[in-house]
Ligand binder design. Sequence first.
Ligand SMILES: [Cu+2]
Length: 466
Amino acid sequence: MKRRDFLLSAAAGMAMLGLPPWARGSEHPAVFQLEAREGTANLLPVPAPATPVWQYNRQTPGPVIRIRQGDELQIPFRNGLSQPTSVHWHGLRITNDMDGVPGMTQSAIAPGEEFLYRFRPPDAGTFWYHTHNRSWEQMARGLHGTLIVEEPEPILVDQDMVWVIDDWLIDEAGKIEESSLGNLHDWAHAGRLGNLLTVNGRLRPEYRVRSGERIRLRLINVANSRTMSLRFNGVTPLVIAVDGQPLAPVELPRRELLLASGQRMDLIVDMGMDPGTRSVVEFFAGDQSLTAASLVVDSKQVLRESPLAAPIRLADNPLNRKLDIPGARAVDLRLEGGAMGRQREAQFNGRTLTTRELIEEKKIWALNGTAGLPKAPLFSVKRGQSVVLKMANDNSWPHAMHIHGHHFRNLDNDTGLAGAWRDTLLLEAGEQARMAFVADNPGKWLIHCHMIEHQAGGMVTWFEVV
Ligand SMILES: [Cu+2]
């Protein structure tokens, strides 16, 4: 067959299948070897000593894995640690057996053992991966990385930048502070908060840009528990995606954003600033602030005088947005417990425990009166059913509620980002929200607080799609 004929028949075949062009993907899977092991990272600038950390592929943060939408990704993973571990692919709507939850979707991977992760991510966007075993320790030690699924026709930018934002608790010797790992006081409050904020594993990094340049900036909060407030100076970023799902480009109010643990945001930054200047991006809390990172504008080169005219709206992902709200399965979810809460008892492992007994078990958080994973799912629905989770944050702390395997819409006020589809939602103390999604991914999926100490302390449950 001549090449042209072959192409024609291949195109005809595709048309018959009714698949969009990207859905075919490439014939060959992308293979990416991943290994977890101990190493060191220069979190503090030299000459400060390097910090012993846990890493993927000897990097802090872990490597950026990039594939094309529709391609199959194979990750032969090896556990080179002294503890069992697993890898969870945060925000990816992949098959349940690849979700990386020990005891639910796979067994924990023992030291020295291997596990082959393989999946075909349906959505383009900014995602990440991290350990899902003893996460309160393993994530604090650094086990996380970025996974980018590229659009088949990416929007035109001059630089595609990833900022992995982390919060480390280190001691005076530059080592991970270990006595606080597992500290129940932290677990019952805001989680184990750090004393060193890094971007891409470095303190106050500087990135070279040129005047007129368009940057796609992918922000990922990988901190165990800290919610990051970021402020941009000198530039006016537009949000183009949240948690990997595109939305109509919208300006950041006051050039500020809030990113809870687990959340991502894709921004477009047009560097309208003059050569030789710099845009400082700050962490802030109240009237306090410190530098997160800087965009340093080259003093000589001007790339273009006015912003690029190319469109920045991302194509929608194949996410089922057809919510049937009147016919939806309504599920109430009360977030309870923690310090200064009203919880007096909760179910744990099938027994009713008092506050004192719960403290002994280190289960100080509960969902609907149950601390830790219950035997039976919170709810079970048929594939394709719409679900409305009515969350009530009935305690004294904020929580970042994360759902595995699905993206949801907040039917209530999603500050400044109405219509965003998320996998993680920040709920302030006392706040309520209705999270709506189409349960179209079969399997057993977790719902938990992504402030990892809260999850470890009992704020976790699961649902089933059959
Ligand atoms: Cu929480």
